[in-house]
Ligand binder design. Structure first.
Ligand code: NAD
Length: 427
């Protein structure tokens, strides 16, 4: 090997590695239930990992090859389900972790789905609409054998949206010579999307918070809430929690945050962000940093921005009594024990933010039925499924004398393991 050769540094390291972070919790839960070694080995490895090259001619005439991924972690419970993210730093490790989280999330929500995730390594902020469309269509075309309403169903994730889903649906449909709406969820309403999908994750966060408060015997109007992230999940969570009577004392986004002990008018903040893109210069209270937001005096903390925000470093300084994980993986594995020792209840991501995939499931069902439900119907069904999932996790955690996070993993692993045992190993 030439001396100049250097192993490329892995992008995610140590506490930041999402796959390791997931495996630490998985291992703990597996040990607690004495998971059969064969099933453990089976579940540790994704069923399928695909890397595709996406050659695209940019607007300036140059041809560039992007790298795309799709990982199916498990499909014992049904076709796999999971979003596609576009980001410059997305890698196979990250997609593998997110795919596994989807397996557990779908199992906890009692959906007939396995887990998957996809990604394209690209910077959407530097791409035109036409370049994004080309990338999306080639990505979908390269994965024609993987995607399908009965096999693997993508959805939006970071930097992908309804438009991207519409392009995937159209590309797949062109090859099938018929319109197949059920191949993706998170589509625009007019081409088979579901009512209530946009608000579903935040609504689920609110419902999970209400269920936890009820267990604690605390009324929402006696609570102060801090929300990190003011995008789809954060803003809807904050809005619906304030409608339930909670006082939102802190909000933040990429531009920084605000603290106001009198409470922040969330509807005003939502309007402000609609016209100004971020909360910057919104004068909603005293300026604070995102780091400070996590440590403000409040009863409920909703991290709804990105992963690894609560770490072993700042966990000792958190004052909230309840953390509701709107984001995926906002708590590093090293922080779990610190939060438990402080007596903080954590509703884990795989339960708290499952409202999105639950309404995605409704979208898929409606596409198959060819009959669409109204929003009240959607929200009532979501409420029923979120409460059922919360109760199942709560009871599992009680029975095993463990946290809600490990309880959630145990519930999910046992369910998938049972399905695997019933189906048997085809070899
Ligand atoms: P989004 O892009 O709509 O919003 C993200 C928000 O976080 C923005 O307000 C952004 O400014 C803010 N942000 C970014 N970096 C930040 C930082 N360093 N500190 C503070 N704020 C920061 O994304 P979203 O759809 O709301 O997703 C947020 C999280 O929820 C992600 O972890 C995502 O995987 C997870 N999630 C989303 C859904 C969904 O349906 N949208 C479902 C399940 C989980």
């Amino acid at each position: 090997m030439p001396e100049t050769y250097k192993e490329p540094a892995p992008y995610h390291k140590g506490e930041d590695n999402p796959f390791e972070s997931m495996m630490i919790r998985f291992d703990k839960a597996a040990e607690m239930i004495n998971l059969d070694e064969g099933v453990y080995n089976y579940l540790k490895l994704p069923v399928k990992q695909v890397i595709v090259s996406i050659p695209v001619q940019l607007d300036n005439g140059k041809v560039v090859a992007f790298e795309g991924y799709r990982v199916i972690h498990n499909n014992a419970l049904g076709p796999s389900k999971g979003g596609v993210r576009y980001a410059p730093d997305v890698d196979l490790d990250e997609v593998k972790a997110l795919a596994a989280w989807m397996t557990w999330k779908c199992a906890i929500a009692n959906l007939p789905f396995g887990g998957a995730k996809g990604g394209v390594k690209c910077d959407p902020s530097k791409l035109s609409m036409s370049e994004l469309e080309k990338i999306t269509r080639r990505y979908a075309a390269n994965l024609l054998e993987i995607f399908g309403p009965d096999t693997d169903i993508p959805a939006p994730d970071m930097n992908t949206n309804e438009q991207v889903m519409a392009w995937i649906m159209d590309t797949y449909s062109m090859h099938q010579r018929k319109t197949v709406t059920g191949v993706v969820t998170g589509k625009p309403l007019i081409i088979g999307g579901s009512r209530g999908r946009r608000e579903a994750t935040g609504r689920g966060v609110m419902m999970a918070t209400m269920a936890a408060l009820e267990k604690k015997g605390v009324k929402p109007d006696n609570t102060n809430v801090a929300v990190q992230g003011f995008g789809n999940v954060g803003s809807v969570s904050a809005d619906l929690l304030s409608e339930k009577g909670c006082k939102i004392v802190a909000v933040s986004d990429i531009s920084g945050g605000y603290y106001n002990s009198d409470g922040i008018d969330i509807k005003k903040a939502v309007e402000y962000v609609k016209s100004n893109k971020t909360l910057e210069n919104g004068k909603f209270g005293d300026k604070i940093t995102n780091k400070e937001l996590l440590e403000v005096k409040c009863d409920i903390l909703v991290p709804a921005a990105k992963e690894d925000q609560i770490t072993s470093e700042n966990a000792p300084k958190i004052k909230a009594r309840l953390i509701v994980e709107g984001a995926n993986g906002p708590t590093a594995a090293d922080a779990d024990q610190i939060l438990t020792d402080k007596g903080i209840m954590v509703i884990p991501d795989i339960l708290a933010n499952s409202g999105g995939v639950i309404v995605s499931y409704f979208e898929w069902v409606q596409n198959r039925l060819g009959y669409f439900w109204d929003e009240t119907d959607i929200n009532n069904r979501l409420n029923r499924m979120m409460n059922e999932a919360f109760e199942n996790v709560f009871i599992t955690a009680l029975n095993h004398e463990t946290t809600l996070r490990i309880g959630a993993y145990i519930y999910a692993i046992e369910k998938v393991a049972n399905a695997l045992k019933l189906r048997g190993i085809y070899s």
